[in-house]
Design a protein around this ligand. Sequence first.
Ligand code: A2P
Length: 324
Amino acid sequence: MAMAVGLPKTLTILNSGHSMPLLGMGTAAFPVEPQDLVESAILSAIELGYTHFDTASVYQTEPTLGRAIRQALDRGLIASRDNLFITTKLWIGHAERNLVVPALRESLQALGLDYVDLYLIHFPAKLENSEKSFGVRSEDLVPLDMKGTWQGMEECVRLGLAKSIGVSNFSCKKLSQILSFATIPPAVNQVEMHPLWQQSKLRDFCAEKGIHVSAYSPLGGKNAPWGSNAVFDCEELKQVAQAKGKTLAQICLRWAYEQGVSFLPKSYNKERLKENMEIFDWELSKDELKKMSALPQSRIFRGENLVSADGLFKSVEDVWDGEV
Ligand code: A2P
């Protein structure tokens, strides 16, 4: 009798009841790349079959993503905007009860959309100036009014501006705080995650609380100011990839997939976008997974730039509540 061969699972159901594609395209690059290049990369991705796109107010790619979506609709690459899953993020300069809804409305206008699928608090701190830049100065950071900001996020859902809401860069401790007052629990925590920073503790916590983990910099954020080449330079990963006949990037993305998280590799190159999708029809062996789980662990984005003697964060441990 023929065995029924299941299709690979490429979606997850969030605690909001909405589904989210596990593979998403990241659109953050600093310095910001020419937007015609970014637009054509997003269009290539849609052509290849990507349906999930991750942006943020601070990335300056919202208008570009919006243009690419309109082009894709015009060209008939997608039948409807509803076929896509779009995430954007609240910049920390707007992390305040009454600024959240206006900030999302501004993002929606930039995107040319009526709603986003997922809206995230970008980082658990408040910035005391209106500059939208990754060049955050530690002395401009103050504590986040978590309750007020989360109430603003919940209002986004009630107004139909966001289907799901969540957070990014939150520790177990900060997630517990949100959960203590949330009427809508966070659906997602988007965090740095790759074989050299596997987030075991946070993933256990999130699994217990029904919060989906999404991996940013799943390749270690090569070329990004918050990333490094450490993942691509890792000898053990090179060996696993070579023995398997896969690329190192594919090994990392397949690993993320097998952990049950969603993953958001950034590439503006059509071949690499394609390569990064080709991870659903093979698997890592027990031995390969064992080798990968034994890799020494350390965060790449430590947030040293956010630390100062008399600022909000006095040490890197403070930034991440000891999860370093
Ligand atoms: P590029 O945009 O030129 O493809 P991360 O997703 O961890 O943030 O990593 C993104 C970095 O990794 C970018 O510099 C991107 O460059 C590069 N990259 C993405 N996919 C691949 C791949 N399959 N092989 C090599 N480099 C890749």
